[in-house]
Design a protein around this ligand. Structure first.
Ligand code: 1PX
Length: 215
């Protein structure tokens, strides 16, 4: 029906929001970064309730960042470069152990930043996959190279179980709602450099300020 057509999720639109993330001088707008994640979570939810524990954590982190953006000092959160500067100068970040700032923008964004690396690796595998490639394998390989080292055993175990019920490549491409496989591959080829650039810029910023291991 026309109504269900309207609500259909399209991954291209989501990945396009990452285009809006970068300012002219390569700063990352938090608002669009968060919007990109919102769209990805919607996609994740459309895959079924097994992924609920993952989307719940993502939503929680998105909400923390939105609260900063809408808060009294929202103007200090327009870009992640500003956020880092503001939170560090005002000692709003727990640097070595969890303390009085468990919801700092810096530590919260770091979790999504690591997940963005997962996304980059997973999408690159999808892009170069063949008809008989397994999404579960691509997903867990990407996970092992990005998020897994930062997760406790029980989370890794639960994630591994969730990956096993991922739909196969044809069904997965279908949910992405981009068109035939060739179009999915082309779309990924366009989106990946953008995602990768946002990731790199954030990674350099966090490296400069020694923030890659925030508790
Ligand atoms: C075409 C592909 C698009 C797929 C979009 C899927 C979007 C996935 C969104 C994943 C966001 C995950 C955020 C995880 C943040 C995190 O690392 N949190 C942990 C640490 O937080 P803390 O506050 O305690 O320091 C937290 O412990 C996490 C718990 C939940 C489990 C996280 C498993 C992450 C697996 C990521 C792969 C998603 C698989 C989607 C399959 C398509």
């Amino acid at each position: 029906s026309v109504a269900s057509e309207d609500q259909k999720f399209c991954l291209r639109e989501v990945l396009d929001t990452f285009k809006l993330c970068l300012s002219e001088n390569k700063e990352v707008y938090l608002q669009h970064y968060v919007a990109g994640w919102r769209g990805l979570v919607k996609f994740l939810n459309s895959l079924g309730s097994v992924f609920g524990f993952i989307s719940k954590d993502a939503v929680n982190k998105i909400q923390i960042l939105v609260n900063h953006l809408n808060g009294e000092n929202g103007s200090q959160y327009v870009t992640i470069q500003l956020m880092v500067k503001y939170e560090l100068e005002n000692e709003l970040v727990d640097l070595t152990k969890r303390g009085s700032h468990p919801e700092s923008g810096c530590r919260t964004l770091l979790r999504l930043h690591r997940a963005l690396r997962w996304l980059e690796l997973f999408l690159e595998r999808l892009r170069t996959s063949t008809e008989d490639s397994k999404t579960s394998v691509m997903c867990s390989e990407a996970y092992n190279e990005s998020l897994a080292p930062h997760h406790p055993w029980v989370v890794r175990k639960a994630a591994g179980m969730a990956f096993c019920v991922l739909p196969g490549r044809p069904a997965f491409f279908e949910v992405m709602n981009v068109g035939p496989p060739e179009q999915v591959v082309a779309m990924l080829g366009e989106a990946l450099p953008l995602i990768s650039e946002v990731y790199q810029i954030t990674e350099e910023l966090y490296t400069q300020h020694n923030l890659l291991d925030l508790p």
